[in-house]
Design a protein around this ligand. Structure first.
Ligand code: SAH
Length: 337
């Protein structure tokens, strides 16, 4: 099977899939994410979102959307912060795109008192109103295909079985129109990854933003233009072989931000390192305000969380963000074009 089929099955098999069967977050789990590290992440996203809403004339019908909300922590932080923005909470409805029933139940718990609508995909999101979208570590969980350059064609990396053990192999070489442009900057043996699902998701969101207003704020680890094997598996916060215990490890790949923004009908910002984005929005001032109410271990933990989100040697540089917004609107706070 292709790497994409293997990833889909490992992550979303109805019974044995990673996201369908467990809560992977936190110190007990396999990995942690920015909103699980500190409330400051969601608070600052809420501010740039609210500012974009005001800059666009405060549209009165707004869909507030999150893709892959995990435990629901980020949306809960955003909603708490938006309570301070006059008028916003009269205007919105909440929409969560989540494939895992188990994750949906955690989100329901975290968002008690709100009435989110869950969606299997972006196709059913409202398309007649402004849409403000947040996605953190969503695109890295989407299945990717891996292609190895062979002359003017590509051999697909696959997962098979040899002597009862999972192993990687390569298909015969074929031409691939989706990778035509990569013939210019790769040589024989180079590996290129692509995610077939991402362009459709991005185009659907971008069409709605361009027609009805709104913005999207996307955070993930990755870079501009994929090159090399980035498929990785995490178990109990350690890297393991991606073929190890299928369905019991988190499987992700770096996000190719170039592929995300290619041919979109709306505007997009530059790809911005997460640390720079958070500093532009004043995370240091927010961290100081919160620190004044803390002491001993809680203070140490808070200082470590600030560093973890922003420092270039931690998540500050590896993680990147882009924003989408309507042509003619100004880029949301924290972003440049
Ligand atoms: N945004 C959260 C969680 C990231 S983990 C955080 O920052 O903590 C990825 C999330 O995306 C999980 O909730 C997972 O179930 C969901 N997910 C992954 N692939 C998906 C898909 N194809 N469709 C819908 N949800 C998906």
């Amino acid at each position: 099977m292709s790497i994409a089929e293997y990833m889909s099955m490992c992550l979303f098999h109805p019974k044995h899939g990673y996201y369908t069967s467990r809560d992977p977050f936190g110190s007990e789990g396999d990995f942690t994410t920015a909103p699980e590290i500190s409330q400051m992440f969601g608070e600052l996203i809420a501010l740039t979102l609210a500012q974009a809403w005001m800059d666009q004339g405060q549209p009165q019908h707004v869909a507030l959307v999150e893709l892959g909300p995990g435990r629901g922590t980020l949306m809960a932080d955003i909603l708490r912060t938006l309570r301070a923005v006059p008028g916003f909470l009269d205007a919105y409805s909440i929409h969560l795109v989540e494939a895992s029933p188990h994750m949906r139940s955690l989100q329901k718990e975290a968002l008690k008192g709100f009435e989110p609508t869950w969606h299997d995909g972006v196709e059913t999101l409202p398309d007649n109103q402004a849409i403000f979208v947040v996605a953190n570590e969503f695109f890295d969980a989407l299945p990717i295909r891996q292609m190895v350059r062979d002359g003017a064609g590509w051999r697909e990396r696959q997962v098979g079985v040899e002597n009862d053990t999972l192993c990687f192999g390569l298909s015969e070489a074929t031409a691939l129109s989706a990778l035509q442009h990569r013939l210019e900057d790769t040589k024989d043996g180079d590996l290129v990854e692509f995610c077939s699902a991402a362009p459709h998701i991005m185009t659907t969101l971008a069409n709605c933003i361009e027609q009805n207003g709104g913005a999207a704020f996307i955070f993930d680890y990755g870079d501009w233009r994929s090159l090399g094997d980035t498929l990785q598996a995490l178990q109990a916060h350690d890297a393991v072989d991606p073929l190890h215990q299928p369905g019991q490890c988190d499987l992700t790949a770096h996000v190719d931000f170039e592929a995300l923004i290619t041919d979109l009908p709306c505007s997009h910002s530059k790809v911005t390192p997460q640390g720079i984005f958070l500093e532009r929005l004043g995370i240091t001032q927010r961290a100081q305000a919160l620190a004044s109410k803390l002491n001993s271990a809680a203070l140490d933990q808070h200082i470590a969380a600030h560093r973890r989100l922003t420092h270039p040697e931690e998540m500050g540089n590896l993680f990147k963000t882009i924003a989408l917004f309507p042509n003619g609107a100004k880029p949301p706070a924290g972003y440049e074009v």
